[in-house]
Design a protein around this ligand. Structure first.
Ligand SMILES: C[S@@+](CC[C@H](N)C(=O)[O-])C[C@H]1O[C@@H](n2cnc3c(N)ncnc32)[C@H](O)[C@@H]1O
Length: 361
């Protein structure tokens, strides 16, 4: 055990595990009660109202309680102060582990080692020899390997793009991605054992897929929302200056709460988009902006004036979705079908509205 493990931490951890699984139905509760999250999150960052990040460590009286609470904790920032790694919300981790339906002895590939905490939970229940975990950031994999070794856990850890999987240790019975993906990576399908299960955040949801034949799979989204860090890529900045000069049209769908209400289907229809809003002095939203990596940019004013520039007309997609969905659609009504040539998501019935996921890289 680590320098910090003591009766207080152990008691908090047991309470934390019991609260995560109050119905006592999960086979993962023992792992949450046994694995010290604090060993993997020696410090985290908290953002105050002004947007300033504060580093919180064991010397802070809040630290241990926060570590053993159901909160995502930001563990790494880049030079601009953007979060680049975190320990996810434990209840979401538990839901994903449950969805994985793994049993002791199953081989698992995890994309997104991060702190190493999830890898430790996997080792605890499934056996360290069966776990392969990959992160794109060498500083993270080396810190995670050290923390795991301190607890005498030795999964296979490597640095690289987890979407390529790790062929040398294939086939895998289970795949767990903890960074948001755009589609199920081809390498996962190629490295899957027959009947393998893949659990991965796609857009603002979590997809669970069963591999039904080589290159083929079917599945559905879990009912819970997900806000995972995207798998890192390059993207164009929003073209707001150009949009300001564009001739406005009038939308049938005023901005209001539309981006919140359609957040999930929008994340499927416009993968990797970013949104922002402008507020007046009274705090009311006066306009929203949305842009995608190809430089397409749209602004929509509360008056209904819309300006669209770039290769795609993003507000047209929002209007289509607003016509399709009256309220906020349930994630579990979205299903996926995967073939070697395409991955499609359909809503409610196979002949209902559907979207094609981007070609996996
Ligand atoms: C939410 S954190 C992972 C949390 C982690 N499972 C844990 O228990 O601490 C997401 C991680 O995905 C990693 N990541 C982003 N893109 C990746 C990629 N292409 N391949 C592997 N890891 C990636 C990030 O560096 C980050 O550490």
């Amino acid at each position: 055990m680590t320098w910090l493990d003591n009766d207080t931490a152990a008691a908090l951890r047991r309470e934390f595990a019991a609260a995560l699984d109050s119905a006592r139905t999960s086979a993962w509760t023992d792992a949450f009660a046994a694995v010290p999250r604090h060993a993997f999150v020696p410090t985290y960052y908290n953002q105050d109202r002004a947007g300033t990040w504060q580093r919180i460590g064991p010397e802070n009286p809040r630290y241990l309680k926060s570590v053993y609470s159901d909160h995502a904790l930001t563990t790494q920032l880049d030079q601009q102060g953007f979060p680049t790694s975190s320990s996810s919300e434990p209840s979401v981790m538990l839901a994903m582990l449950e969805a994985l339906d793994a049993h002791p002895g199953d081989t698992v590939l995890e994309l997104g080692t991060g702190t190493g905490y999830n890898a430790a939970l996997l080792c605890h229940r499934l056996g360290e020899a069966n776990i392969t975990t990959i992160d794109i950031d060498p500083a993270l994999t080396s810190a995670a390997a050290q923390r795991l070794a301190d607890l005498d856990l030795h999964p296979f850890i490597t640095t690289g793009d987890g979407a390529r999987g790790w062929k040398d240790r294939a086939p895998y019975q289970r795949f767990l991605a903890t960074a948001a993906l755009r589609a199920i990576p081809t390498a996962f399908l190629e490295q899957a054992a027959p009947g393998a299960i893949i659990v991965a955040p796609i857009g603002y949801g979590i997809l669970r897929v069963t591999v039904t034949a080589p290159g083929h799979g079917t599945g559905w989204f879990l009912p819970i929302p997900a806000h995972f860090m995207p798998r890192r890529t390059m993207s164009a900045p929003p073209a707001f200056d150009q949009a300001r000069e564009a001739e406005p049209t009038q939308t049938k769908t005023p901005p209001g709460d539309i981006l919140d209400r359609l957040r999930f289907p929008l994340s499927l229809a416009l993968p990797g988009h970013t949104t922002c809003s402008w507020r007046g002095e009274d705090g009311e939203v006066t306009a929203v902006g949305i842009w995608t990596e190809d430089g397409s940019t749209t602004t929509a004013h509360a008056s209904g004036a819309v300006r669209q520039v770039g290769p795609r007309r993003l507000w047209d997609t929002i209007e289509d979705l607003a016509e399709t969905f009256d309220g906020e659609p349930r994630r579990q009504d979205f299903h996926v079908n995967i073939t070697p040539s395409r991955q499609t998501v359909w809503y409610q019935t196979p002949d209902g509205p559907w979207w094609e996921l981007p070609q996996p890289s």
